[in-house]
Design a protein around this ligand. Structure first.
Ligand code: PLP
Length: 367
């Protein structure tokens, strides 16, 4: 059995560091917005090379808060990738704005900067690049377009903590950026968690106010906020895990390179490609093949776990019927949804296991 994801060995290796944090948490008896959250916000901002970070309850809230504090709302349009996890779109909808999809480059799966300008209208307020599967978007081109058209940029950095473009880290390009520490992400909590990062002090203040009922001073509410706070307990764990993130990313890259080497001669498969200047943290290792469903079945029969990220692009989801899109409107997103397959990828996955996955894939195509 080779599972799609298994964090037991990764967690086992740091258990000795995590347990004192848990004990400290119990002894101190401070549960919400205390020292641990402050410390993690400092640590994560430093990691992203931004001035500020605000911890929030999850990645979707982080995106919503980012758009909200920029003043994006009803009547506005936000440019989003046509192929992303639906959360990116939902955040735009939640603040009352309209997601405007732009197709990816088929090689990298990330939004194609060459196609952004034609989607800009007088209503466009922001561009939301999503560093999909762990690869940093072509941020220099995107920032230039945003500057030229006077648009905000909000990075959806849920999948790519630690990735970079020409050495500059994800989460540090946009006006305000969102990330998720959902347990399965590269930096995962032991439950739901998320954060925003920014260099803009006023956006930080608006965010910390909004996440806490619209209040900075207890029982005095400046705006109608929400409750979306990062737990002390999760923050304590996240600070510890953050110290290991670069080593885990290196491990993911080693495994990805092994997959690429072993599968490069299998002509029926398209391997992930990385854009010039971009780095990849392989949140997911996604291949494409026209025989995707058959291959997935074969791997399942052979005890190998895989997943599809994502089987239905947002424009074809029932939830987005209102936008009136139909099959064929975003052919690249649809093609990716029909052909993509995510292979096992996690720190602790063994090289022998990658070899076994690749041999099983070769056996399928040669049979
Ligand atoms: C996971 C994810 C989110 C949402 O994060 P949650 O913490 O699950 O709310 C947003 N965008 C992308 C691209 C994601 O992968």
């Amino acid at each position: 059995m080779i599972p799609f994801l298994d964090f037991t060995s990764m967690n086992e290796a740091i258990k000795k560091e995590l347990l004192p944090s848990f004990e400290n948490f119990i002894d101190k008896g401070w549960y919400i917005l205390g020292d641990q959250v402050k410390q993690f916000e400092k640590d994560y901002a430093e990691y992203c090379t931004t001035k500020y970070c605000a911890g929030v309850a999850n990645g979707l809230d982080a995106l919503i808060i980012a758009l909200k504090v920029l003043g994006v709302g009803k009547g506005d349009e936000v440019i989003v990738p046509s192929n992303t996890y639906i959360a990116s779109w939902l955040a735009v909808s939640y603040v009352g704005a309209t997601p405007v999809p732009v197709e990816p480059r088929i090689e990298t799966y990330n939004i194609n900067p060459d196609k952004i300008e034609s989607a800009i209208t007088s209503k466009t307020k922001a561009i939301m690049p999503v560093h999909l599967y762990g690869q940093c978007c072509e941020m220099e081109a995107i920032m230039q377009i945003a500057k030229k058209h006077n648009l905000y940029v909000v990075e959806d950095n849920a999948q790519a903590q630690g990735a970079a473009f020409n050495g500059k880290r994800t989460g540090s390009f946009g006006n305000i950026n969102a990330t998720s520490f959902y347990p399965g992400k590269n930096l995962g909590a032991f439950g739901d968690a998320g954060a925003i990062t920014t260099n803009d002090e006023s956006l930080l203040t608006k965010s910390t106010t909004f996440r806490n009922y619209g209040s900075q001073k207890k029982y005095f509410n400046e705006i109608k906020g929400i409750n979306s706070r990062l737990d002390e307990l999760q923050a304590g764990f996240l600070s510890i895990k953050l110290k290991h993130l670069n080593a885990w990313t290196a491990e993911r890259n080693t495994l990805a390179n092994l997959y690429i080497n072993l599968l490069k001669d299998v002509t029926e498969i398209t391997l992930p490609a990385t854009a010039n200047g971009a780095s990849h943290v392989y949140h997911l290792f996604v291949i494409r093949t026209n025989k995707r469903d058959e291959l997935q079945n074969f791997l399942t029969q052979n005890g190998i776990g895989t997943l599809i990220h994502y089987p239905v692009p947002p424009h074809l989801q029932e939830a987005y019927q209102e936008l009136g899109y139909k099959k064929g409107d975003f052919p690249l997103a649809e093609q990716i949804a029909e052909t993509c397959l995510s292979l096992p990828m996690f720190p602790g996955l063994k090289e022998e296991e990658v070899i076994q996955v690749c041999n099983t894939i070769k056996q399928f195509f040669h049979a």
